[in-house]
Ligand binder design. Structure first.
Ligand SMILES: Nc1ncnc2c1ncn2[C@@H]1O[C@H](COP(=O)(O)OP(=O)(O)O)[C@@H](O)[C@H]1O
Ligand SMILES: O=c1ccn([C@@H]2O[C@H](COP(=O)(O)OP(=O)(O)O)[C@@H](O)[C@H]2O)c(=O)[nH]1
Length: 238
């Protein structure tokens, strides 16, 4: 059997991807399918840390958040990621994977706080670590949290699983003529202002020489193909 291309990866799962075709919330069949993909690579011995987004829950409360103070809304968004992290870890448990949730904001009765050496220990023990509450700071995103935690745990790559199957010359949802890059440098992605990830996340990964792979969360088997180093999605490199 061929070996995985990576030993330790940081997987960013979009919160919105958990909704499936629902307008918001967590779709059971979708989360189970995503966890089955994660279990497949975890069982290959790849050390996996996950940063989960919160868009699926936050979208449901967004109308009520209109006109709200930005920082307050962002803290609500971070709490949404904690809910997703708990759901994800439990779905992993049901599929025989041991996961540990670590939160960037103190919420001790619910989940343990993020402590870097402990996260590293869990990874070495073969547990999946789910990082909740993003960076713990308002005005940031879970993409930036993925870049930050990926750097902290010395991941070999950040895998951004999202609704599109790579980085395009323009937003493919708006421009039908947009074409997909096989690979692109950080400098080009930043200078062209490609919106697939925020500039803070791109800049941090660039400075840390931490490559990013953007690929589809919807396409069956895509995560495994990425892990095996096969041609899938778009590589963003130094
Ligand atoms: N140049 C681009 N290439 C690919 N996707 C893009 C681009 N510009 C904007 N997008 C949009 O970015 C979205 C992914 O970013 P985001 O909404 O942050 O995802 P997530 O919820 O997975 O974090 C895609 O659904 C896509 O419509
Ligand atoms: O470090 C962080 C990470 C997230 N958020 C908030 O949490 C929300 C949910 O995260 P994100 O939009 O990145 O989730 P996704 O798009 O992946 O579902 C964001 O909109 C922010 O309001 C934040 O304030 N700081």
């Amino acid at each position: 059997m061929t070996k995985p291309a990576y030993q330790r990866v940081l997987l960013k799962l979009s919160g919105e991807a958990l909704m499936g075709d629902d307008p918001f919330g967590i779709n059971r069949a979708t989360i189970e399918r995503m966890v089955a993909d994660v279990a497949e690579v975890a069982n290959m011995g790849v050390q996996l840390a996950v940063v989960i987004g919160g868009g699926n829950i936050f979208r449901g409360v967004a109308p009520g958040a209109q006109g709200m103070d930005r920082a307050t809304a962002d803290y609500m968004g971070m709490l949404a990621t904690v809910m997703n992290a708990l759901a994800l870890a439990d779905a992993m448990r049901q599929q025989g994977i041991t996961a540990r949730v670590m939160s960037a904001i103190a919420i001790e009765q619910v989940v343990e706080p993020y402590v870097r050496p402990k996260a590293l220990q869990y990874l070495e023990e073969g547990k999946v670590v789910v990082f909740a509450a993003g960076t713990g700071n308002p005005f940031f995103t879970t993409d930036t949290a993925a870049a930050l935690r990926g750097s902290e745990i010395s991941a070999e790559i950040v895998l951004k699983a999202t609704k599109v199957d790579g980085v395009y010359t323009a937003d493919p949802k708006k421009d039908p003529h947009a074409t997909r890059y096989e690979s692109i440098s950080f400098d080009e992605a930043i200078s062209k202002n490609l919106q697939v990830m925020d500039a803070t996340a791109f800049a941090l990964c660039r400075d840390q020489k931490l490559p990013i792979k953007v690929f589809s969360i919807v396409k069956p088997g895509a995560l495994k193909r990425v892990i095996m180093g096969e041609d899938e999605g778009t590589l963003v490199h130094v």
